[in-house]
Design a protein around this ligand. Structure first.
Ligand code: PFF
Length: 450
Protein backbone atom coordinates (compact mmCIF):
# COMPACT_ATOMS: atom_id res chain seq x y z
CA UNK A 1 0.00 0.00 0.00
CA UNK A 2 1.28 3.46 -0.82
CA UNK A 3 1.95 5.37 2.32
CA UNK A 4 -0.18 8.52 2.59
CA UNK A 5 2.02 11.47 3.40
CA UNK A 6 0.48 14.34 5.32
CA UNK A 7 -0.01 17.37 3.09
CA UNK A 8 1.81 20.55 3.90
CA UNK A 9 -0.52 23.43 4.90
CA UNK A 10 -0.36 27.12 5.61
CA UNK A 11 0.34 27.57 9.30
CA UNK A 12 -1.59 30.76 9.94
CA UNK A 13 -4.32 32.99 8.57
CA UNK A 14 -1.86 35.81 8.03
CA UNK A 15 0.35 33.38 6.12
CA UNK A 16 -2.47 32.49 3.73
CA UNK A 17 -3.28 36.13 3.13
CA UNK A 18 0.38 37.01 2.56
CA UNK A 19 0.87 34.13 0.12
CA UNK A 20 -2.36 34.72 -1.80
CA UNK A 21 -1.88 38.48 -1.95
CA UNK A 22 1.68 37.71 -3.02
CA UNK A 23 0.34 35.65 -5.90
CA UNK A 24 -2.14 38.30 -6.93
CA UNK A 25 0.05 41.37 -6.55
CA UNK A 26 2.60 41.24 -9.31
CA UNK A 27 3.90 42.88 -12.42
CA UNK A 28 0.27 42.96 -13.56
CA UNK A 29 -0.59 45.48 -10.84
CA UNK A 30 2.42 47.66 -10.97
CA UNK A 31 2.76 48.52 -14.59
CA UNK A 32 -0.12 46.94 -16.44
CA UNK A 33 -2.96 48.32 -14.35
CA UNK A 34 -1.95 52.00 -14.34
CA UNK A 35 -1.44 51.96 -18.09
CA UNK A 36 -4.79 50.31 -18.75
CA UNK A 37 -6.55 52.69 -16.43
CA UNK A 38 -4.91 55.60 -18.19
CA UNK A 39 -5.83 54.39 -21.64
CA UNK A 40 -9.39 53.48 -20.78
CA UNK A 41 -10.89 56.50 -19.15
CA UNK A 42 -9.04 56.74 -15.82
CA UNK A 43 -11.61 56.82 -13.03
CA UNK A 44 -14.27 55.29 -15.26
CA UNK A 45 -12.05 52.24 -15.86
CA UNK A 46 -11.45 52.07 -12.14
CA UNK A 47 -15.18 51.93 -11.42
CA UNK A 48 -15.72 49.19 -14.03
CA UNK A 49 -12.69 47.32 -12.74
CA UNK A 50 -13.88 47.43 -9.13
CA UNK A 51 -17.37 46.40 -10.26
CA UNK A 52 -15.95 43.31 -12.00
CA UNK A 53 -13.75 42.48 -9.03
CA UNK A 54 -16.79 42.51 -6.74
CA UNK A 55 -19.28 40.85 -9.08
CA UNK A 56 -17.05 38.22 -10.71
CA UNK A 57 -13.50 38.26 -9.37
CA UNK A 58 -14.38 37.59 -5.75
CA UNK A 59 -16.91 34.81 -6.44
CA UNK A 60 -14.36 33.21 -8.76
CA UNK A 61 -11.66 33.43 -6.16
CA UNK A 62 -13.99 31.82 -3.62
CA UNK A 63 -14.79 29.10 -6.18
CA UNK A 64 -11.13 28.23 -6.62
CA UNK A 65 -10.53 28.16 -2.88
CA UNK A 66 -13.62 25.96 -2.40
CA UNK A 67 -12.49 23.48 -5.04
CA UNK A 68 -8.95 23.37 -3.65
CA UNK A 69 -9.88 23.01 -0.02
CA UNK A 70 -12.65 20.49 -0.64
CA UNK A 71 -10.43 18.23 -2.70
CA UNK A 72 -7.15 18.77 -0.83
CA UNK A 73 -5.38 18.28 -4.13
CA UNK A 74 -3.46 20.01 -6.92
CA UNK A 75 -5.58 21.39 -9.82
CA UNK A 76 -5.56 18.15 -11.82
CA UNK A 77 -6.24 15.98 -8.76
CA UNK A 78 -8.90 18.43 -7.59
CA UNK A 79 -11.01 18.05 -10.72
CA UNK A 80 -10.46 14.27 -10.71
CA UNK A 81 -11.59 14.01 -7.11
CA UNK A 82 -14.62 16.27 -7.28
CA UNK A 83 -15.82 15.03 -10.67
CA UNK A 84 -16.18 11.59 -9.05
CA UNK A 85 -14.70 9.78 -11.98
CA UNK A 86 -16.53 11.67 -14.76
CA UNK A 87 -14.15 12.02 -17.70
CA UNK A 88 -13.12 15.31 -19.22
CA UNK A 89 -13.14 17.60 -16.17
CA UNK A 90 -9.51 16.97 -15.20
CA UNK A 91 -8.63 18.58 -18.53
CA UNK A 92 -9.36 21.94 -16.86
CA UNK A 93 -6.68 21.10 -14.33
CA UNK A 94 -4.21 20.07 -17.01
CA UNK A 95 -4.94 23.30 -18.82
CA UNK A 96 -4.17 25.20 -15.61
CA UNK A 97 -0.84 23.45 -15.17
CA UNK A 98 0.07 24.18 -18.78
CA UNK A 99 -1.06 27.78 -18.41
CA UNK A 100 1.00 28.24 -15.24
CA UNK A 101 4.03 26.87 -17.03
CA UNK A 102 3.53 29.12 -20.05
CA UNK A 103 2.99 32.25 -17.95
CA UNK A 104 6.20 31.45 -16.10
CA UNK A 105 8.14 31.41 -19.33
CA UNK A 106 7.49 35.05 -20.22
CA UNK A 107 6.94 36.30 -16.66
CA UNK A 108 10.48 35.27 -15.78
CA UNK A 109 11.78 37.27 -18.75
CA UNK A 110 10.21 40.45 -17.39
CA UNK A 111 11.25 39.48 -13.87
CA UNK A 112 14.79 39.22 -15.22
CA UNK A 113 14.54 42.85 -16.40
CA UNK A 114 13.51 43.89 -12.91
CA UNK A 115 16.66 42.31 -11.46
CA UNK A 116 18.76 43.92 -14.16
CA UNK A 117 17.18 47.25 -13.20
CA UNK A 118 18.02 46.71 -9.54
CA UNK A 119 21.59 46.08 -10.63
CA UNK A 120 21.59 49.23 -12.78
CA UNK A 121 20.18 51.23 -9.88
CA UNK A 122 22.88 49.97 -7.54
CA UNK A 123 25.68 50.98 -9.89
CA UNK A 124 23.97 54.36 -10.41
CA UNK A 125 23.65 53.67 -14.13
CA UNK A 126 20.66 55.98 -14.63
CA UNK A 127 22.30 59.07 -13.16
CA UNK A 128 22.63 61.89 -15.70
CA UNK A 129 21.13 59.94 -18.62
CA UNK A 130 18.28 61.28 -20.73
CA UNK A 131 15.26 59.23 -21.80
CA UNK A 132 16.70 58.27 -25.19
CA UNK A 133 19.88 56.98 -23.55
CA UNK A 134 17.99 54.98 -20.94
CA UNK A 135 15.72 53.51 -23.62
CA UNK A 136 18.68 52.65 -25.78
CA UNK A 137 20.34 50.94 -22.82
CA UNK A 138 17.17 48.95 -22.12
CA UNK A 139 16.92 47.82 -25.74
CA UNK A 140 20.59 46.93 -25.82
CA UNK A 141 20.17 44.79 -22.71
CA UNK A 142 17.19 42.95 -24.19
CA UNK A 143 19.15 42.33 -27.38
CA UNK A 144 22.08 40.76 -25.59
CA UNK A 145 22.25 37.00 -25.76
CA UNK A 146 23.40 35.95 -22.33
CA UNK A 147 22.72 38.78 -19.99
CA UNK A 148 18.90 38.62 -19.95
CA UNK A 149 19.16 34.85 -19.60
CA UNK A 150 21.48 35.23 -16.66
CA UNK A 151 18.97 37.47 -14.82
CA UNK A 152 16.16 35.10 -15.74
CA UNK A 153 18.15 32.22 -14.33
CA UNK A 154 18.80 34.17 -11.13
CA UNK A 155 15.08 34.87 -10.80
CA UNK A 156 14.14 31.24 -11.39
CA UNK A 157 16.78 30.18 -8.90
CA UNK A 158 15.47 32.41 -6.09
CA UNK A 159 11.94 31.18 -6.79
CA UNK A 160 13.02 27.54 -6.79
CA UNK A 161 14.94 28.16 -3.58
CA UNK A 162 11.70 29.08 -1.80
CA UNK A 163 9.51 26.50 -3.53
CA UNK A 164 11.69 23.56 -2.60
CA UNK A 165 11.21 24.37 1.08
CA UNK A 166 7.48 23.69 0.88
CA UNK A 167 4.38 25.63 1.91
CA UNK A 168 4.76 26.66 5.52
CA UNK A 169 8.55 26.89 5.61
CA UNK A 170 8.88 28.20 2.06
CA UNK A 171 6.06 30.13 0.42
CA UNK A 172 4.41 31.22 3.66
CA UNK A 173 7.58 32.18 5.48
CA UNK A 174 8.95 34.24 2.62
CA UNK A 175 5.62 35.86 1.75
CA UNK A 176 5.28 36.95 5.37
CA UNK A 177 8.55 38.84 5.04
CA UNK A 178 8.23 40.04 1.46
CA UNK A 179 4.67 41.36 1.45
CA UNK A 180 5.09 43.77 4.38
CA UNK A 181 8.32 44.97 2.74
CA UNK A 182 6.43 45.55 -0.48
CA UNK A 183 3.73 47.49 1.38
CA UNK A 184 6.25 49.75 3.08
CA UNK A 185 7.99 50.49 -0.22
CA UNK A 186 4.65 51.24 -1.90
CA UNK A 187 3.68 53.70 0.80
CA UNK A 188 7.06 55.47 0.74
CA UNK A 189 6.87 55.86 -3.03
CA UNK A 190 3.25 57.05 -2.94
CA UNK A 191 4.02 59.72 -0.39
CA UNK A 192 7.03 60.83 -2.40
CA UNK A 193 5.08 60.96 -5.62
CA UNK A 194 2.18 62.87 -4.08
CA UNK A 195 4.53 65.49 -2.70
CA UNK A 196 5.85 66.40 -6.12
CA UNK A 197 4.71 69.69 -7.61
CA UNK A 198 1.93 69.13 -10.12
CA UNK A 199 1.04 65.74 -8.62
CA UNK A 200 -2.62 66.70 -8.63
CA UNK A 201 -2.78 66.54 -12.43
CA UNK A 202 -1.67 62.91 -12.26
CA UNK A 203 -4.30 62.13 -9.66
CA UNK A 204 -6.94 63.73 -11.83
CA UNK A 205 -5.80 61.62 -14.76
CA UNK A 206 -6.11 58.45 -12.70
CA UNK A 207 -9.30 59.19 -10.82
CA UNK A 208 -11.43 61.56 -12.84
CA UNK A 209 -14.05 59.37 -14.48
CA UNK A 210 -14.63 59.99 -18.13
CA UNK A 211 -17.74 57.89 -18.65
CA UNK A 212 -17.82 58.53 -22.37
CA UNK A 213 -14.82 56.17 -22.63
CA UNK A 214 -16.71 53.15 -21.29
CA UNK A 215 -17.45 50.78 -24.14
CA UNK A 216 -17.13 47.07 -24.91
CA UNK A 217 -13.40 47.36 -25.22
CA UNK A 218 -13.06 48.82 -21.74
CA UNK A 219 -15.17 45.99 -20.32
CA UNK A 220 -13.04 43.36 -21.96
CA UNK A 221 -9.80 44.97 -20.96
CA UNK A 222 -11.04 45.25 -17.39
CA UNK A 223 -12.13 41.61 -17.28
CA UNK A 224 -8.80 40.40 -18.65
CA UNK A 225 -7.00 42.57 -16.15
CA UNK A 226 -9.09 41.22 -13.27
CA UNK A 227 -8.26 37.62 -14.28
CA UNK A 228 -4.57 38.23 -14.62
CA UNK A 229 -4.28 40.43 -11.59
CA UNK A 230 -6.24 38.18 -9.24
CA UNK A 231 -4.42 35.06 -10.53
CA UNK A 232 -7.70 33.46 -11.60
CA UNK A 233 -8.52 30.71 -14.04
CA UNK A 234 -5.40 28.58 -13.95
CA UNK A 235 -5.46 26.73 -10.68
CA UNK A 236 -3.06 28.86 -8.64
CA UNK A 237 -5.77 29.59 -6.11
CA UNK A 238 -7.10 26.03 -6.24
CA UNK A 239 -3.61 24.98 -5.22
CA UNK A 240 -3.35 27.58 -2.47
CA UNK A 241 -6.91 26.77 -1.39
CA UNK A 242 -5.89 23.18 -0.85
CA UNK A 243 -3.41 24.36 1.79
CA UNK A 244 -5.93 26.51 3.69
CA UNK A 245 -7.02 25.19 7.05
CA UNK A 246 -10.63 24.01 7.43
CA UNK A 247 -11.16 26.63 10.10
CA UNK A 248 -10.45 29.63 7.90
CA UNK A 249 -13.23 31.63 6.35
CA UNK A 250 -12.88 31.43 2.58
CA UNK A 251 -15.09 34.44 1.89
CA UNK A 252 -13.30 36.88 4.17
CA UNK A 253 -9.96 35.54 2.93
CA UNK A 254 -11.00 36.19 -0.66
CA UNK A 255 -12.28 39.62 0.26
CA UNK A 256 -8.99 40.58 1.85
CA UNK A 257 -6.93 39.21 -1.01
CA UNK A 258 -9.08 40.72 -3.75
CA UNK A 259 -9.31 44.12 -2.13
CA UNK A 260 -5.59 44.25 -1.33
CA UNK A 261 -4.83 43.39 -4.93
CA UNK A 262 -7.06 46.20 -6.17
CA UNK A 263 -5.65 48.60 -3.62
CA UNK A 264 -2.07 47.89 -4.69
CA UNK A 265 -3.00 48.47 -8.32
CA UNK A 266 -4.42 51.87 -7.37
CA UNK A 267 -1.34 52.69 -5.29
CA UNK A 268 0.85 51.84 -8.27
CA UNK A 269 -1.17 54.35 -10.29
CA UNK A 270 -0.68 56.91 -7.53
CA UNK A 271 3.08 56.38 -7.77
CA UNK A 272 3.30 56.51 -11.53
CA UNK A 273 0.93 59.25 -12.71
CA UNK A 274 1.72 62.10 -10.36
CA UNK A 275 5.44 61.46 -10.98
CA UNK A 276 4.98 61.34 -14.74
CA UNK A 277 2.78 64.46 -14.85
CA UNK A 278 5.02 66.32 -12.51
CA UNK A 279 7.87 65.89 -14.97
CA UNK A 280 5.71 66.64 -17.98
CA UNK A 281 5.83 63.10 -19.32
CA UNK A 282 2.73 61.69 -20.98
CA UNK A 283 1.96 58.29 -19.56
CA UNK A 284 2.44 55.75 -22.32
CA UNK A 285 1.78 52.05 -22.06
CA UNK A 286 3.80 49.08 -20.97
CA UNK A 287 7.33 48.27 -19.98
CA UNK A 288 8.83 51.54 -21.13
CA UNK A 289 7.01 53.52 -18.45
CA UNK A 290 8.24 51.36 -15.59
CA UNK A 291 11.66 50.46 -16.92
CA UNK A 292 12.71 53.69 -18.63
CA UNK A 293 10.52 56.65 -17.75
CA UNK A 294 10.40 56.11 -14.01
CA UNK A 295 14.17 55.76 -13.53
CA UNK A 296 14.52 58.98 -15.51
CA UNK A 297 12.04 60.74 -13.25
CA UNK A 298 13.51 59.34 -10.05
CA UNK A 299 16.98 60.43 -10.97
CA UNK A 300 15.84 63.99 -11.36
CA UNK A 301 14.47 63.99 -7.83
CA UNK A 302 16.28 64.56 -4.59
CA UNK A 303 17.08 61.14 -3.14
CA UNK A 304 16.44 59.62 -6.56
CA UNK A 305 19.08 56.92 -6.16
CA UNK A 306 17.22 55.52 -3.18
CA UNK A 307 13.73 55.81 -4.68
CA UNK A 308 14.77 54.24 -7.96
CA UNK A 309 16.41 51.35 -6.16
CA UNK A 310 13.46 50.63 -3.90
CA UNK A 311 11.05 50.89 -6.84
CA UNK A 312 12.84 48.10 -8.67
CA UNK A 313 13.15 46.05 -5.50
CA UNK A 314 9.38 46.45 -5.24
CA UNK A 315 9.00 45.04 -8.74
CA UNK A 316 11.28 42.09 -7.97
CA UNK A 317 9.32 41.23 -4.83
CA UNK A 318 6.00 41.53 -6.65
CA UNK A 319 7.19 39.26 -9.45
CA UNK A 320 8.83 36.81 -7.06
CA UNK A 321 5.80 36.05 -4.88
CA UNK A 322 3.62 35.73 -8.00
CA UNK A 323 6.06 33.31 -9.59
CA UNK A 324 5.96 31.19 -6.43
CA UNK A 325 2.27 30.50 -7.02
CA UNK A 326 2.88 29.69 -10.67
CA UNK A 327 5.60 27.21 -9.71
CA UNK A 328 3.46 25.72 -6.97
CA UNK A 329 0.75 24.77 -9.47
CA UNK A 330 3.26 22.72 -11.45
CA UNK A 331 5.14 21.34 -8.47
CA UNK A 332 1.99 20.22 -6.66
CA UNK A 333 0.88 18.45 -9.82
CA UNK A 334 4.23 16.71 -10.30
CA UNK A 335 4.52 15.62 -6.68
CA UNK A 336 0.94 14.46 -6.18
CA UNK A 337 -0.03 13.05 -9.56
CA UNK A 338 3.33 11.86 -10.85
CA UNK A 339 4.78 11.11 -7.42
CA UNK A 340 8.03 12.99 -7.92
CA UNK A 341 9.86 14.28 -4.88
CA UNK A 342 9.43 18.00 -4.23
CA UNK A 343 13.08 18.52 -5.01
CA UNK A 344 12.88 16.80 -8.39
CA UNK A 345 9.61 18.53 -9.24
CA UNK A 346 11.17 21.91 -8.49
CA UNK A 347 14.25 21.15 -10.58
CA UNK A 348 12.26 19.86 -13.55
CA UNK A 349 9.83 22.76 -13.57
CA UNK A 350 12.61 25.33 -13.18
CA UNK A 351 14.76 23.87 -15.91
CA UNK A 352 11.73 23.43 -18.18
CA UNK A 353 10.57 26.99 -17.63
CA UNK A 354 14.09 28.28 -18.20
CA UNK A 355 14.45 26.47 -21.52
CA UNK A 356 11.20 27.82 -22.93
CA UNK A 357 11.88 31.25 -21.47
CA UNK A 358 15.04 31.35 -23.59
CA UNK A 359 12.78 31.32 -26.65
CA UNK A 360 10.61 34.06 -25.17
CA UNK A 361 13.63 36.23 -24.42
CA UNK A 362 15.32 35.62 -27.77
CA UNK A 363 12.12 36.38 -29.65
CA UNK A 364 12.45 39.98 -28.49
CA UNK A 365 15.77 40.46 -30.26
CA UNK A 366 15.57 42.96 -33.10
CA UNK A 367 16.62 40.41 -35.71
CA UNK A 368 14.59 37.53 -34.29
CA UNK A 369 12.31 35.41 -36.40
CA UNK A 370 10.96 33.43 -33.46
CA UNK A 371 7.21 33.90 -33.81
CA UNK A 372 3.95 32.09 -33.08
CA UNK A 373 0.64 33.04 -34.72
CA UNK A 374 2.33 36.10 -36.12
CA UNK A 375 3.48 37.38 -32.71
CA UNK A 376 6.88 37.20 -31.08
CA UNK A 377 7.04 34.09 -28.88
CA UNK A 378 6.99 36.46 -25.90
CA UNK A 379 3.78 38.24 -26.95
CA UNK A 380 2.23 35.05 -28.29
CA UNK A 381 2.62 33.30 -24.94
CA UNK A 382 1.16 36.31 -23.18
CA UNK A 383 -1.86 36.38 -25.48
CA UNK A 384 -2.50 32.62 -25.46
CA UNK A 385 -2.44 32.47 -21.69
CA UNK A 386 -4.44 35.56 -20.79
CA UNK A 387 -6.90 35.62 -23.69
CA UNK A 388 -7.51 31.89 -24.11
CA UNK A 389 -6.29 29.62 -21.33
CA UNK A 390 -7.11 31.74 -18.27
CA UNK A 391 -10.53 32.84 -19.45
CA UNK A 392 -11.46 29.33 -20.58
CA UNK A 393 -10.09 27.94 -17.34
CA UNK A 394 -12.15 30.44 -15.33
CA UNK A 395 -15.27 29.70 -17.33
CA UNK A 396 -15.02 25.93 -16.89
CA UNK A 397 -14.11 26.27 -13.24
CA UNK A 398 -17.33 28.10 -12.38
CA UNK A 399 -19.36 25.75 -14.59
CA UNK A 400 -17.77 22.82 -12.78
CA UNK A 401 -18.53 24.18 -9.35
CA UNK A 402 -22.03 25.35 -10.25
CA UNK A 403 -23.19 22.35 -12.23
CA UNK A 404 -21.03 19.33 -11.45
CA UNK A 405 -19.86 19.54 -7.85
CA UNK A 406 -22.51 18.55 -5.30
CA UNK A 407 -24.21 21.63 -3.88
CA UNK A 408 -23.68 20.23 -0.40
CA UNK A 409 -19.91 20.12 -0.98
CA UNK A 410 -19.96 23.76 -2.03
CA UNK A 411 -22.03 24.75 0.99
CA UNK A 412 -19.85 22.85 3.44
CA UNK A 413 -16.71 24.62 2.29
CA UNK A 414 -18.35 28.00 1.83
CA UNK A 415 -19.90 28.00 5.30
CA UNK A 416 -17.29 25.89 7.13
CA UNK A 417 -19.93 23.27 7.76
CA UNK A 418 -22.78 25.67 8.46
CA UNK A 419 -20.99 28.10 10.76
CA UNK A 420 -20.23 31.17 8.63
CA UNK A 421 -21.45 33.12 5.58
CA UNK A 422 -24.91 31.61 5.62
CA UNK A 423 -26.56 34.68 4.17
CA UNK A 424 -24.04 35.13 1.38
CA UNK A 425 -24.28 31.50 0.33
CA UNK A 426 -27.27 31.89 -1.98
CA UNK A 427 -26.07 34.95 -3.80
CA UNK A 428 -22.58 33.52 -4.38
CA UNK A 429 -24.05 30.27 -5.61
CA UNK A 430 -26.28 32.15 -8.02
CA UNK A 431 -23.34 34.11 -9.37
CA UNK A 432 -21.20 30.99 -9.74
CA UNK A 433 -23.93 28.93 -11.37
CA UNK A 434 -25.48 31.49 -13.72
CA UNK A 435 -24.04 34.96 -13.83
CA UNK A 436 -20.32 34.25 -14.00
CA UNK A 437 -20.46 31.62 -16.79
CA UNK A 438 -22.69 33.81 -18.95
CA UNK A 439 -20.71 36.98 -18.35
CA UNK A 440 -17.34 35.34 -19.01
CA UNK A 441 -18.63 33.58 -22.12
CA UNK A 442 -20.09 36.78 -23.56
CA UNK A 443 -16.95 38.77 -22.88
CA UNK A 444 -14.74 35.99 -24.24
CA UNK A 445 -16.60 35.77 -27.48
CA UNK A 446 -16.69 39.51 -27.98
CA UNK A 447 -12.98 39.63 -27.23
CA UNK A 448 -12.36 37.71 -30.43
CA UNK A 449 -14.88 39.66 -32.44
CA UNK A 450 -13.24 42.93 -31.44
N1 PFF B 1 -1.39 38.07 -10.60
C1 PFF B 1 -0.08 38.22 -11.15
C2 PFF B 1 0.15 39.68 -11.54
O1 PFF B 1 -0.76 40.51 -11.38
O2 PFF B 1 1.24 39.99 -11.98
C3 PFF B 1 0.17 37.32 -12.32
C4 PFF B 1 -0.22 35.89 -12.09
C5 PFF B 1 0.32 35.19 -11.02
C6 PFF B 1 -1.19 35.30 -12.86
C7 PFF B 1 -0.09 33.89 -10.75
C8 PFF B 1 -1.59 34.01 -12.62
C9 PFF B 1 -1.05 33.33 -11.55
F1 PFF B 1 -1.42 32.13 -11.30
Amino acid sequence: MAEKKKRDHFGSKIGIIAAAVGSAVGLGNIYRFPCMAGENGGGAFLIVYIGIVLALGLPMMVSEFVIGRRSQRNPVGAFKTLASGAKGWPLIGYMGVLCGFLILTFYTTVAGWTIESVYKSIINYYQGKNLAEIEQGFNDSINMTFRPLLWQAVFIFISAFVIVKGIEKGIEKYSKILMPTLTVILIILCVKSLMLPGAFEGMKFLFKPDFSKIDGHVLISALGQVFFSMSLGMGALITYGSYISKKDNLVTTSLMVGLSDTFVAILAGIIIFPAAFSFGIRPEAGPSLAFNTLPLIFNQMKGGYFFCLIFFILLVIAAWTSALSLFEVIVSYLTEELKLSRRKATIYSSVGAFIISILAAMSLHNDSSLTIFGFTVFDGLDKITSMVLMTLGGLFTVIFLGWKVKKQDFEDEFTNGGIVNMRLKKIFYFIIKYLAPVAIAVIMVSQFII
